[in-house]
Design a binder for this molecule. Structure first.
Ligand SMILES: *Cc1c(COP(=O)(O)O)cnc(C)c1O
Length: 356
Protein backbone atom coordinates (compact mmCIF):
# COMPACT_ATOMS: atom_id res chain seq x y z
CA UNK A 1 0.00 0.00 0.00
CA UNK A 2 1.36 3.41 -0.93
CA UNK A 3 1.72 5.94 1.86
CA UNK A 4 0.12 9.37 1.75
CA UNK A 5 2.55 11.92 0.35
CA UNK A 6 3.43 15.26 1.95
CA UNK A 7 5.10 17.51 -0.62
CA UNK A 8 6.96 20.62 0.51
CA UNK A 9 7.73 23.17 -2.21
CA UNK A 10 11.05 24.68 -1.12
CA UNK A 11 11.06 27.15 -4.00
CA UNK A 12 7.68 28.51 -2.87
CA UNK A 13 9.08 28.70 0.67
CA UNK A 14 12.07 30.70 -0.59
CA UNK A 15 9.76 33.00 -2.56
CA UNK A 16 7.63 33.60 0.54
CA UNK A 17 10.79 34.58 2.48
CA UNK A 18 11.83 36.95 -0.31
CA UNK A 19 8.33 38.48 -0.46
CA UNK A 20 8.31 39.11 3.30
CA UNK A 21 11.87 40.41 3.13
CA UNK A 22 10.91 42.86 0.37
CA UNK A 23 7.87 43.93 2.37
CA UNK A 24 9.88 44.52 5.55
CA UNK A 25 12.00 47.20 3.90
CA UNK A 26 15.16 47.93 5.86
CA UNK A 27 14.37 45.44 8.62
CA UNK A 28 16.20 42.10 8.51
CA UNK A 29 13.92 39.10 7.94
CA UNK A 30 14.57 36.23 10.32
CA UNK A 31 12.82 32.87 10.17
CA UNK A 32 11.02 30.92 12.89
CA UNK A 33 11.87 27.24 12.36
CA UNK A 34 10.74 25.87 15.71
CA UNK A 35 8.86 22.57 15.97
CA UNK A 36 10.77 21.01 13.07
CA UNK A 37 10.09 24.06 10.89
CA UNK A 38 6.36 23.95 11.65
CA UNK A 39 6.35 20.24 10.95
CA UNK A 40 7.83 20.51 7.47
CA UNK A 41 11.39 19.30 8.18
CA UNK A 42 14.11 21.42 9.78
CA UNK A 43 17.03 20.48 7.52
CA UNK A 44 15.45 21.05 4.10
CA UNK A 45 13.55 24.15 5.25
CA UNK A 46 16.54 25.78 6.96
CA UNK A 47 18.76 24.95 3.99
CA UNK A 48 16.32 26.53 1.55
CA UNK A 49 15.92 29.66 3.69
CA UNK A 50 19.68 30.03 4.02
CA UNK A 51 19.91 29.67 0.24
CA UNK A 52 17.33 32.46 -0.14
CA UNK A 53 19.44 34.75 2.04
CA UNK A 54 18.05 34.30 5.55
CA UNK A 55 20.76 34.53 8.21
CA UNK A 56 18.83 34.62 11.51
CA UNK A 57 16.72 31.78 12.83
CA UNK A 58 14.47 31.25 15.83
CA UNK A 59 13.84 27.90 17.50
CA UNK A 60 11.95 27.21 20.72
CA UNK A 61 14.29 24.87 22.56
CA UNK A 62 17.95 24.13 23.16
CA UNK A 63 17.66 20.74 21.43
CA UNK A 64 16.22 22.41 18.33
CA UNK A 65 19.06 24.93 18.41
CA UNK A 66 21.71 22.23 18.59
CA UNK A 67 20.06 20.42 15.67
CA UNK A 68 19.98 23.62 13.62
CA UNK A 69 23.62 24.43 14.42
CA UNK A 70 24.60 21.10 12.83
CA UNK A 71 22.70 22.08 9.67
CA UNK A 72 23.74 25.75 9.40
CA UNK A 73 27.18 26.29 10.95
CA UNK A 74 27.21 30.05 10.30
CA UNK A 75 23.62 31.09 11.06
CA UNK A 76 22.59 33.20 14.05
CA UNK A 77 20.33 30.88 16.06
CA UNK A 78 18.08 32.22 18.82
CA UNK A 79 16.43 30.02 21.44
CA UNK A 80 13.05 31.60 22.19
CA UNK A 81 12.39 29.73 25.43
CA UNK A 82 15.80 30.71 26.80
CA UNK A 83 18.09 28.46 28.80
CA UNK A 84 18.41 27.24 32.33
CA UNK A 85 21.01 25.44 34.41
CA UNK A 86 23.45 23.30 32.44
CA UNK A 87 21.59 24.15 29.24
CA UNK A 88 23.27 27.54 29.30
CA UNK A 89 26.72 25.99 28.89
CA UNK A 90 25.46 23.73 26.09
CA UNK A 91 23.94 26.72 24.29
CA UNK A 92 27.22 28.58 24.62
CA UNK A 93 29.22 25.63 23.33
CA UNK A 94 27.04 25.57 20.19
CA UNK A 95 27.20 29.37 19.74
CA UNK A 96 23.44 29.67 20.24
CA UNK A 97 21.90 32.97 21.33
CA UNK A 98 19.35 32.46 24.11
CA UNK A 99 16.42 34.81 24.49
CA UNK A 100 16.71 35.48 28.22
CA UNK A 101 13.18 35.74 29.57
CA UNK A 102 13.55 36.12 33.32
CA UNK A 103 16.15 37.13 35.92
CA UNK A 104 16.97 33.48 36.71
CA UNK A 105 17.80 32.83 33.03
CA UNK A 106 20.11 35.84 32.96
CA UNK A 107 21.83 34.54 36.10
CA UNK A 108 22.28 31.06 34.57
CA UNK A 109 23.70 32.62 31.39
CA UNK A 110 26.18 34.63 33.48
CA UNK A 111 27.15 31.51 35.45
CA UNK A 112 27.89 29.69 32.18
CA UNK A 113 30.20 32.49 31.07
CA UNK A 114 27.75 34.76 29.24
CA UNK A 115 28.23 36.08 25.74
CA UNK A 116 25.90 37.25 22.95
CA UNK A 117 22.31 36.95 24.16
CA UNK A 118 18.88 38.37 23.53
CA UNK A 119 16.59 39.89 26.12
CA UNK A 120 12.90 39.24 25.79
CA UNK A 121 10.50 41.77 27.31
CA UNK A 122 6.88 41.15 28.25
CA UNK A 123 4.99 43.98 26.55
CA UNK A 124 1.58 42.64 27.57
CA UNK A 125 1.17 39.03 26.45
CA UNK A 126 2.01 37.64 29.90
CA UNK A 127 3.71 34.56 28.51
CA UNK A 128 7.48 35.03 28.14
CA UNK A 129 9.84 37.87 28.89
CA UNK A 130 10.97 40.17 31.67
CA UNK A 131 8.07 42.21 33.06
CA UNK A 132 8.46 45.97 33.18
CA UNK A 133 8.43 45.96 36.98
CA UNK A 134 11.50 43.69 37.08
CA UNK A 135 13.41 45.40 34.30
CA UNK A 136 15.34 48.06 36.22
CA UNK A 137 16.53 45.53 38.79
CA UNK A 138 17.74 42.97 36.23
CA UNK A 139 19.49 45.66 34.19
CA UNK A 140 21.21 46.92 37.33
CA UNK A 141 22.13 43.51 38.78
CA UNK A 142 23.19 41.95 35.48
CA UNK A 143 24.60 44.97 33.65
CA UNK A 144 27.80 43.14 32.66
CA UNK A 145 25.96 40.08 31.31
CA UNK A 146 23.40 42.18 29.44
CA UNK A 147 26.06 44.42 27.93
CA UNK A 148 26.41 41.48 25.49
CA UNK A 149 22.72 41.66 24.55
CA UNK A 150 22.47 41.81 20.75
CA UNK A 151 18.68 41.76 20.47
CA UNK A 152 15.87 43.13 22.59
CA UNK A 153 12.56 41.65 21.60
CA UNK A 154 8.92 41.14 22.49
CA UNK A 155 5.95 39.33 20.96
CA UNK A 156 2.48 40.56 19.98
CA UNK A 157 -0.61 38.71 21.19
CA UNK A 158 -3.11 40.00 18.60
CA UNK A 159 -1.10 40.79 15.47
CA UNK A 160 -3.44 38.70 13.29
CA UNK A 161 -6.20 41.21 14.15
CA UNK A 162 -4.89 44.52 12.76
CA UNK A 163 -7.63 46.61 14.42
CA UNK A 164 -7.07 45.13 17.88
CA UNK A 165 -6.10 47.89 20.35
CA UNK A 166 -3.59 45.58 22.06
CA UNK A 167 -1.22 45.95 19.08
CA UNK A 168 -0.62 49.64 19.69
CA UNK A 169 -0.63 49.14 23.45
CA UNK A 170 2.11 46.50 23.26
CA UNK A 171 4.14 48.63 20.89
CA UNK A 172 3.93 51.55 23.32
CA UNK A 173 4.97 49.32 26.23
CA UNK A 174 7.91 47.99 24.17
CA UNK A 175 8.98 51.52 23.19
CA UNK A 176 8.84 52.63 26.81
CA UNK A 177 11.24 49.85 27.88
CA UNK A 178 13.70 50.14 24.97
CA UNK A 179 15.77 53.14 26.18
CA UNK A 180 16.52 51.58 29.56
CA UNK A 181 17.71 48.38 27.89
CA UNK A 182 19.80 50.29 25.38
CA UNK A 183 21.48 52.26 28.18
CA UNK A 184 22.99 48.94 29.30
CA UNK A 185 23.14 47.18 25.91
CA UNK A 186 23.98 49.83 23.31
CA UNK A 187 24.48 47.22 20.55
CA UNK A 188 21.05 45.65 20.93
CA UNK A 189 18.80 45.62 17.89
CA UNK A 190 15.03 45.63 18.41
CA UNK A 191 12.39 43.15 17.25
CA UNK A 192 8.65 43.05 17.94
CA UNK A 193 7.01 41.44 14.88
CA UNK A 194 6.31 37.90 13.75
CA UNK A 195 4.41 37.39 10.48
CA UNK A 196 1.33 39.26 11.68
CA UNK A 197 3.30 42.19 13.08
CA UNK A 198 5.33 42.43 9.87
CA UNK A 199 2.08 43.04 8.01
CA UNK A 200 0.83 45.65 10.52
CA UNK A 201 3.15 48.34 9.21
CA UNK A 202 6.64 49.78 9.28
CA UNK A 203 6.33 51.02 12.87
CA UNK A 204 6.11 47.39 14.05
CA UNK A 205 9.18 46.12 12.19
CA UNK A 206 12.12 47.76 13.99
CA UNK A 207 15.48 46.16 13.05
CA UNK A 208 14.37 42.56 12.62
CA UNK A 209 11.16 40.65 11.93
CA UNK A 210 10.73 37.00 12.91
CA UNK A 211 8.52 35.31 10.34
CA UNK A 212 7.20 31.80 10.69
CA UNK A 213 3.76 30.90 9.36
CA UNK A 214 3.93 33.27 6.39
CA UNK A 215 6.96 31.39 5.08
CA UNK A 216 5.01 28.15 5.20
CA UNK A 217 2.06 29.53 3.25
CA UNK A 218 -0.29 30.27 6.13
CA UNK A 219 -2.48 33.12 7.31
CA UNK A 220 -2.23 35.94 8.23
CA UNK A 221 0.07 36.30 5.17
CA UNK A 222 -2.80 36.14 2.69
CA UNK A 223 -0.42 36.66 -0.27
CA UNK A 224 1.73 33.66 0.67
CA UNK A 225 2.30 30.98 -1.92
CA UNK A 226 1.10 27.56 -0.80
CA UNK A 227 4.04 25.39 0.29
CA UNK A 228 2.36 22.15 1.34
CA UNK A 229 0.50 19.54 -0.69
CA UNK A 230 -0.97 16.43 0.93
CA UNK A 231 -2.31 13.59 -1.18
CA UNK A 232 -3.34 10.05 -0.38
CA UNK A 233 -4.09 6.93 -2.39
CA UNK A 234 -7.43 5.22 -1.92
CA UNK A 235 -7.07 1.93 -0.04
CA UNK A 236 -10.49 0.49 -0.75
CA UNK A 237 -13.92 1.44 -2.07
CA UNK A 238 -17.18 -0.21 -0.99
CA UNK A 239 -20.81 0.16 -1.94
CA UNK A 240 -23.36 0.39 0.86
CA UNK A 241 -27.15 0.55 0.99
CA UNK A 242 -29.29 3.44 2.21
CA UNK A 243 -29.50 3.13 5.99
CA UNK A 244 -26.05 1.52 6.40
CA UNK A 245 -23.64 3.30 8.74
CA UNK A 246 -19.92 4.06 8.41
CA UNK A 247 -17.12 4.07 10.94
CA UNK A 248 -16.71 4.20 14.73
CA UNK A 249 -19.85 4.99 16.65
CA UNK A 250 -21.90 4.41 13.47
CA UNK A 251 -22.12 8.18 13.44
CA UNK A 252 -22.78 8.56 9.70
CA UNK A 253 -25.67 6.86 7.95
CA UNK A 254 -26.10 6.69 4.20
CA UNK A 255 -29.21 8.54 3.02
CA UNK A 256 -28.98 6.81 -0.36
CA UNK A 257 -27.04 3.91 -1.87
CA UNK A 258 -23.47 5.16 -1.49
CA UNK A 259 -19.85 4.48 -2.39
CA UNK A 260 -17.38 4.96 0.44
CA UNK A 261 -13.62 5.31 -0.14
CA UNK A 262 -11.18 4.58 2.67
CA UNK A 263 -7.94 6.63 2.83
CA UNK A 264 -4.79 5.62 4.73
CA UNK A 265 -4.43 8.57 7.09
CA UNK A 266 -6.10 9.58 10.32
CA UNK A 267 -5.74 11.57 13.49
CA UNK A 268 -2.29 10.10 14.18
CA UNK A 269 -1.30 11.90 10.98
CA UNK A 270 -2.72 15.23 12.08
CA UNK A 271 -6.13 14.82 10.47
CA UNK A 272 -7.89 15.97 13.61
CA UNK A 273 -10.80 13.88 14.82
CA UNK A 274 -12.81 17.11 14.94
CA UNK A 275 -12.87 16.88 11.11
CA UNK A 276 -15.17 13.83 11.27
CA UNK A 277 -18.04 14.41 8.81
CA UNK A 278 -17.02 18.10 8.93
CA UNK A 279 -14.82 18.68 5.89
CA UNK A 280 -14.11 17.40 2.44
CA UNK A 281 -11.22 16.16 0.34
CA UNK A 282 -10.83 16.83 -3.37
CA UNK A 283 -11.04 14.28 -6.17
CA UNK A 284 -10.52 15.39 -9.75
CA UNK A 285 -10.97 18.99 -8.63
CA UNK A 286 -14.32 18.39 -6.94
CA UNK A 287 -15.17 17.99 -3.23
CA UNK A 288 -15.90 14.63 -1.64
CA UNK A 289 -17.20 14.90 1.95
CA UNK A 290 -15.80 12.95 4.89
CA UNK A 291 -18.30 10.33 5.99
CA UNK A 292 -18.13 9.31 9.64
CA UNK A 293 -15.40 9.56 12.23
CA UNK A 294 -11.73 10.01 11.49
CA UNK A 295 -9.94 7.06 13.06
CA UNK A 296 -6.27 6.80 14.05
CA UNK A 297 -4.95 5.55 10.72
CA UNK A 298 -7.89 5.86 8.33
CA UNK A 299 -10.65 8.11 7.18
CA UNK A 300 -13.70 7.49 5.03
CA UNK A 301 -15.05 9.64 2.24
CA UNK A 302 -18.37 9.66 0.38
CA UNK A 303 -17.48 9.27 -3.29
CA UNK A 304 -21.00 8.53 -4.51
CA UNK A 305 -20.89 11.63 -6.71
CA UNK A 306 -17.53 10.58 -8.16
CA UNK A 307 -18.60 7.56 -10.24
CA UNK A 308 -15.30 7.41 -12.12
CA UNK A 309 -12.98 7.17 -9.14
CA UNK A 310 -11.64 3.69 -8.44
CA UNK A 311 -9.23 2.01 -6.04
CA UNK A 312 -6.26 3.36 -7.98
CA UNK A 313 -7.40 6.94 -7.37
CA UNK A 314 -5.44 9.67 -5.62
CA UNK A 315 -7.14 12.16 -3.33
CA UNK A 316 -6.07 15.72 -2.50
CA UNK A 317 -6.35 16.65 1.17
CA UNK A 318 -4.28 19.85 1.01
CA UNK A 319 -3.39 21.37 -2.34
CA UNK A 320 -4.45 23.77 -5.06
CA UNK A 321 -8.17 23.33 -4.28
CA UNK A 322 -7.89 23.15 -0.53
CA UNK A 323 -5.60 25.38 1.55
CA UNK A 324 -4.18 24.43 4.94
CA UNK A 325 -6.12 27.25 6.61
CA UNK A 326 -9.44 26.13 5.13
CA UNK A 327 -8.87 22.61 6.44
CA UNK A 328 -7.82 24.03 9.82
CA UNK A 329 -10.96 26.16 10.01
CA UNK A 330 -13.11 23.05 9.52
CA UNK A 331 -11.26 21.46 12.45
CA UNK A 332 -11.85 24.52 14.61
CA UNK A 333 -8.14 25.34 14.68
CA UNK A 334 -5.46 27.33 12.86
CA UNK A 335 -2.99 26.50 10.09
CA UNK A 336 -0.13 26.47 12.61
CA UNK A 337 -1.66 23.54 14.48
CA UNK A 338 -2.55 21.61 11.32
CA UNK A 339 1.04 21.85 10.09
CA UNK A 340 2.76 20.98 13.36
CA UNK A 341 0.39 18.04 13.90
CA UNK A 342 1.14 16.35 10.57
CA UNK A 343 3.24 13.63 12.17
CA UNK A 344 5.96 11.36 10.93
CA UNK A 345 4.26 8.75 8.75
CA UNK A 346 4.01 10.58 5.45
CA UNK A 347 6.30 9.96 2.58
CA UNK A 348 7.91 13.38 2.38
CA UNK A 349 8.93 14.84 -0.94
CA UNK A 350 10.85 18.07 -1.25
CA UNK A 351 10.49 20.06 -4.45
CA UNK A 352 12.92 22.72 -5.50
CA UNK A 353 16.55 23.38 -6.29
CA UNK A 354 17.34 25.30 -3.12
CA UNK A 355 17.57 22.24 -0.92
CA UNK A 356 21.09 21.90 0.51
C1 LIG B 1 6.60 31.41 16.76
C2 LIG B 1 7.13 32.76 16.98
C3 LIG B 1 7.38 33.61 15.90
C4 LIG B 1 6.90 33.30 14.50
O1 LIG B 1 5.51 33.52 14.49
P1 LIG B 1 4.61 33.43 13.17
O2 LIG B 1 3.29 33.92 13.64
O3 LIG B 1 4.59 32.00 12.79
O4 LIG B 1 5.23 34.30 12.16
C5 LIG B 1 8.03 34.80 16.16
N1 LIG B 1 8.37 35.16 17.43
C6 LIG B 1 8.12 34.39 18.49
C7 LIG B 1 8.52 34.83 19.84
C8 LIG B 1 7.47 33.17 18.32
O5 LIG B 1 7.19 32.41 19.37
Amino acid sequence: MDAPVLTVDLDALARNWRALDALSGTAETGAAVKADAYGLGLAPVAGALWGAGCRRFFVATLAEGIALRAILPDAAVHILNGVRGEGAAAARAHRLIPCLNAPHQVADWRAAGGGPCALQLDSGMARLGVQSGDLDAVLRDEADTLADCVLVMSHLACADEPAHPQNAAQRAAFEAMLPTVRAVAPRAEASLAATGGTLLGAEYRYDLVRCGIGLYGGLPFADAEPVVTLTAPIVQIRTIAAGDSVGYGASWTAARPSRIATLPLGYADGIHRALSSATYVVIDGRPAPLAGRVSMDLLTVDVTDHPHVDERGIVEIVGPHRGIDALAADAGTIGYEMLTALGTRYERRYKGATRN
